[in-house]
Write a protein that binds this ligand. Structure first.
Ligand code: AMP
Length: 215
């Protein structure tokens, strides 16, 4: 089963993708994670995208489609892929459809995670992640443990804030979402692929809604 998690920054796509990986052994393909990894390892591409990402703009379709293509050419996992943060434009959606077709695969479901914009701002400016495993923490709902031992991986580690999780970049990221990505909601709805879930519900409840959508 191959699915897309669609929603604005802070909707909880990464958190739910990680759950699906744990529960169903699916493979999470996050273009945001791939781009951050390219930056950390200092590749030419990583250097080229750094400023664009920090401003909160989208990197080119060519780059992200290339990243997805590289990851899809490996052996197809039995449990399928979760596309997290990809596609973000109509061109990327078309490219994904073509790549899956080339592999004889389908897109089984697109889950739209709906959230209120004010909640997004509050969530994002308060979030940090475990440097070791990527577990997401939030100052308001799940604060960083005083002993700095991650509740998920059990490592004593650092908790990092993303460079683009600030009010200025977030404004640009939200604009990019509404201008370039939100048309995908209509696109997948019209194809009959879309299920919308209430992203404001608790993490457990959102997971249950997604489970139902995939049943
Ligand atoms: P994310 O972790 O998904 O929030 O992505 C972080 C940043 O990486 C975005 O603000 C964009 O600059 C870039 N990015 C990630 N995925 C894409 C994509 N599919 N298309 C264009 N830019 C992307």
């Amino acid at each position: 089963m191959n699915i897309i998690l669609l929603g604005p920054p802070g909707a909880g796509k990464g958190t739910q993708a990680r759950r699906l990986v744990e529960d169903r052994q699916m493979i999470q393909l996050s273009t945001g994670d791939m781009l951050r990894a390219a930056r950390t390892s200092g590749t030419d591409m990583g250097k080229r995208v750094a400023a664009v990402m920090d401003r909160g703009e989208l990197v080119t379709d060519e780059i992200v489609i290339g990243l997805i293509r590289e990851h899809l050419t490996n052996d197809q996992p039995a449990a399928g892929y979760i596309f997290d943060g990809f596609p973000r434009t109509l061109a990327q959606a078309d490219a994904l459809g073509n790549l899956l077709a080339e592999l004889g695969e389908n897109l089984d479901r697109v889950i739209e995670m709906r959230v209120d914009d004010e909640v997004l701002v509050a969530r994002i400016t308060a979030r940090s992640t475990c440097k070791n495993c990527g577990e997401v923490y939030n100052d308001a709902t799940k604060s960083i443990p005083a002993d700095h031992v991650c509740t998920n991986c059990g490592e004593k580690t650092e908790f990092i804030r993303r460079a683009d999780d600030n009010a200025d970049s977030l404004k640009t990221r939200l604009l990019a979402y509404y201008k370039q990505t939100s048309p995908l909601v209509g696109y997948y709805y019209a194809r009959g692929d879309l299920t919308s879930v209430d992203g404001l519900a608790s993490m457990e409840d959102v997971a249950a809604q997604i489970k139902k959508a995939l049943a």
